[in-house]
Design a protein around this ligand. Structure first.
Ligand SMILES: [Zn+2]
Length: 74
């Protein structure tokens, strides 16, 4: 699909590093399958993947972690 951020690049399947903040907690999830723009590097998660990533972030926030770095597990 066409990138919505730069409106120039096409996206390709790849892996993204997703950073989320939940209050004082920063959660970094690596190797998340995503569509990645070849031009600007913006990534797009499909709904199932996004839901899982957000759930991981909520769990880390519930543990009161300050920074948590996870690897996406399908
Ligand atoms: Zn782009």
């Amino acid at each position: 699909m066409k990138c919505m951020i730069c409106k120039q690049g096409e996206t390709m399947p790849g892996l993204a590093t997703v950073t989320l903040e939940r209050g004082p907690t920063v959660v970094i999830v690596r190797e998340v399958p995503a569509e990645v723009c070849r031009n600007c590097g913006e990534y797009y998660l499909d709904e199932a993947v996004a839901t899982k990533v957000y759930r991981e972030a909520e769990a880390a926030a519930a543990r009161h972690a300050e920074v948590e770095i996870l690897r996406y597990a399908a």
